[in-house]
Ligand binder design. Sequence first.
Ligand code: AMP
Length: 190
Amino acid sequence: MNLILFGPPAAGKGTQAKRLVESRNMVQLSTGDMLRAAIASGSALGQRVAGVIQRGDLVTDEIVIALIEERLPEADASGGAIFDGFPRNIAQAKALDAMLAARGGQIDLVLRLKVDDPALMARVAGRFAESGRPDDNPESFKVRLEAYNAQTAPLLPYYREAGCLVEVDGMGSIEAVAAEIDRALAGISI
Ligand code: AMP
């Protein structure tokens, strides 16, 4: 099964993806984690993207599509992937559809974690100091949220039309959201 965890920054996508990896033997493909690993390694790619990420802007489609293309064979091996933070715009979504189709696959489910902007701001406000992420500060978070609303949220009609979008209330506790996700997954037969 290929699953996209969809939602704004700090919606809980990474947390829920990790739980699903443990419980369902899936691979989590997080472009944010891959980019942070590139920065930590000091690679040319890392040096290229560090400033963009720190500001909260999106890196180029070319970079993230190449990262996913590189990792997909690994995901195939275990029968599917959880895409976390990818795709973030229509061009990336179409590239992902093409990459999966080339391997005989498709996106089976897009789980949208619904959390409104004031709740996101309240959720992250206390965490900036301890997060350790250079883009977890009020200025960068605002840019990340704007990038989501302007570029990523327009993907919702794309997946709604494809018939694979399921909305989940992401405002509750980690456990409550996990239970909602499990209910959504129980509702699809793949
Ligand atoms: P995330 O951990 O998913 O919040 O991603 C952290 C940062 O990495 C984002 O704010 C972007 O700068 C960059 N990034 C991650 N995934 C993508 C993507 N699919 N497209 C563009 N930029 C991305």
